[in-house]
Design a binder for this molecule. Structure first.
Ligand code: PMP
Ligand code: GLU
Length: 401
């Protein structure tokens, strides 16, 4: 008998960030006092001036289909943002706006990767990278970065991983889940390696651009010698606290932008007209002058410091200092082989399930991000929640012998 579903569904893993969030929610509906540090989304609301633009859009009847790649004036606003924030020159023809950066990433991978093509992915990586590559029937080539080198890969590692089958390198700075931020020099030396291979492309996921505690964001596209091999992915979900609005975008060489437009035109068309009008207001405002954004980033930095401090008190939780995004990714392999009654901890998933089942703290196993020794904390939540969560975790792990 034939399988009901297509093979691609069996090959695909469920998004672990969304799965842990779902499990946490289920326990909450059963009345359990769950603290969720699983989903990566700001706990702040979208700034008022952006919401006002959306209300205005409704009143002005922006309720129809839009151009597939987004309204022309939105794509102009994206170009304006690239010039203002990154000193990058793009034209609207280089821009495709999508239903979140997740769709932007999928569009680009589906546009570039043929079955069997290799895609280099530094680990740890964001959960959906490996699965989007599977959808394109590409072959992910993972290159490890561990806590000792701040979860960053070296140019030599990239050089060693490139073969004649390499098509794409997926890069993410600031990084989810490690919080690593690559410096200009680090990006430049990786770009110099890739520039030697003109048919290899870098997808540079810069969605956490504005959540950076060490200064200016550095984009791969800033180096002219590599710019036509770079596709920048960005969006409004994180920096502007707009996860539910579903708005991401790319800046790419024209031919790649056209390919993404073609794919998107057959799958979703343009993203919500109202979100697009709101995005124009968001992108036209200088982030350095938007108080809501500054307050949010300051709060994230304080919470990061608090969480790092609190985690120092848990034996066997080894952390580095994440310089961006809103995650801490401790190595917890110290607990492997230990148990408490029926709970045996052999991997990061076991530890996450143990903490969820016994003390109702939802985290995400590092295995979902390609590093089975770690677990991910999202600190996009209140300080009180962080203090209480760490207190519970400390108690729960103290029973593991
Ligand atoms: N890239 C990274 C690294 C992320 O963490 C996320 C999480 N939301 C995305 C892309 C996708 O963002 P969205 O679809 O909400 O724009
Ligand atoms: N990117 C967020 C996270 O890593 C949101 C969840 C998702 O889309 O996977 O938690």
């Amino acid at each position: 008998m034939k399988n009901l579903l297509a093979d691609r569904v069996y090959r695909l893993s469920e998004s672990e960030t969304l799965a842990m969030t779902r499990m946490g929610r289920e326990l909450k509906t059963q009345g359990k006092d769950v603290i969720s540090l699983s989903i990566g989304e700001p706990d702040f609301n979208t700034p008022e001036f952006i919401k006002d633009a959306a209300k205005k859009a409704l009143d002005e009847n922006y309720t129809h289909y839009t151009p597939v790649a987004g309204f022309e004036d939105l794509r102009e606003a994206v170009c304006f943002k690239f010039k203002r924030d990154n000193n990058l020159d793009y034209k609207p023809e280089n821009i495709v706006v999508s239903t979140g950066a997740k769709q932007s990433l999928a569009n680009v991978v589906l546009s570039l990767v043929n079955p069997g093509d290799e895609v280099i992915v530094p680990t740890p990586f964001w959960v959906s990278y490996s699965e989007i590559i599977k959808l394109a029937e590409g072959k992910a080539v993972f290159i490890p970065a561990n806590i000792e080198n701040n979860f960053k890969v070296t140019p030599q590692q990239i050089q060693d991983a490139i073969t004649d089958k390499t098509k794409v390198i997926m890069f993410n700075t600031p990084c989810n889940p490690s919080g690593s931020v690559y410096s200009k020099e680090e990006i430049k030396s990786i770009a110099e390696v890739v520039a030697k291979y003109p048919d290899v492309y870098i997808i540079s996921d810069e969605i956490y651009e504005h959540i950076n505690f060490v200064g200016k964001h550095e984009s791969f596209a800033q180096f002219d010698f590599i710019k036509n091999q770079v596709i920048v992915v960005n969006g409004l979900s994180k920096g502007y606290a707009m996860t539910g609005w579903r708005l991401g975008y790319i800046a790419a060489p024209k031919q790649i932008a056209q390919a993404c437009n073609k794919i998107q035109g057959q799958i979703t068309s343009g993203t919500s007209s109202i979100s697009q009008r709101a995005a124009i207001a968001a992108l036209n405002a200088d982030p350095d002058k938007v108080d809501d954004m500054k307050i949010m980033v300051k709060a994230f930095k304080e919470r990061r410091d608090l969480l790092l401090d609190l985690l120092k008190d848990i034996p066997g939780f080894k952390t580095n200092i994440p310089n961006g995004a809103f995650y801490v990714f401790p190595d917890i392999s110290y607990y492997f082989g230990k148990s408490n009654g029926n709970h045996v901890i052999n991997n990061s998933k076991d530890l996450c399930m143990y903490l969820l089942d016994t003390v109702y703290v939802a985290l995400v196993p590092g295995s979902a991000f390609g590093n089975p020794d770690c677990i991910r904390f999202s600190y996009a939540t209140s300080k009180d929640n962080l203090i209480e969560a760490v207190k519970r975790i400390k108690k729960a792990v103290s029973y593991l012998k």
